[in-house]
Design a protein around this ligand. Structure first.
Ligand code: FES
Ligand code: FES
Length: 213
């Protein structure tokens, strides 16, 4: 959703919002620790792309992930993103791949309850965290978000919709009674190429006004 304001999610999502590329390349422990999972993955890929080099494959190892409340094991290389694991290894295709550069939000999932771009989180780094995909959004809140999106015609081609719904569910939970302005900022990390923003905003505000029920 176009918005120039900094949102609480920006710090998590935006590759450029925290540690700079230069700092990342220095590889200092402090700098790496300060950056988010999203930044770490995105910076790695961006750096390799800029340098025109291929990311060297690492050894695939078994990892355990908590996806939608279920412990799941996959064997993946360290460079593989959470989005690729979800879609290619676990057949959870609700999170969509569009930009693959942490810019559009179509791959939004919840990591420990907070929205994150799955294309910018390394699968190995997601171990020990609770991952919720759109398939795992259930219960009254999920039903309320669905009902509000339907009522306000908040989808067109639908490609961005799963990401928006995950982001909306998290936003509504954290911001009951949110205004349209707050909703626009809160969903600022998601983009809709069909321009359904008015419907998404109306749906989010109504859902928030009802307390997500
Ligand atoms: S595909 Fe992940 S943010 Fe666009
Ligand atoms: S509904 Fe088509 S990209 Fe959003």
């Amino acid at each position: 959703m176009p918005d120039s304001g900094q949102t609480p999610r920006d710090a998590w999502h935006r590759p450029g919002s925290g540690v700079s590329r230069r700092e990342f390349l220095k590889g200092s422990g402090a700098a790496v620790a300060a950056t988010s999972l999203a930044q770490t993955a995105a910076e790695s890929v961006a750096t390799a792309q800029q340098a025109g080099t291929k990311v060297a494959p690492g050894k695939a190892t078994a990892i355990s992930l908590d996806i939608n409340g279920k412990p799941l094991k996959v064997t993946v290389e360290p460079r593989v993103t959470l989005l690729d694991v979800l879609r290619d290894d676990l057949s959870l295709t609700g999170a969509k791949e569009a930009c693959d550069t942490a810019n559009c939000g179509s791959c939004t999932v919840l990591v420990d309850g907070k929205p994150a771009y799955a294309c910018a989180v390394l699968a190995h780094s997601a171990q020990g965290k609770k991952i919720t995909t759109v398939e795992g959004l259930t219960g009254p809140l999920a039903e309320a978000v669905t009902a509000c999106f339907t009522k306000h015609d908040a989808t067109q081609c639908g490609y961005c919709t799963p990401g928006f719904m995950v982001a909306t569910a998290a936003f509504v939970q954290a911001n009951p009674k949110a205004t349209a302005e707050q909703a626009a900022k809160g969903l600022g990390g998601n983009i809709c190429r069909c321009g359904t923003y008015a419907g998404v905003l109306a749906a989010t505000v109504e859902c928030a006004a009802k307390g997500g029920k």
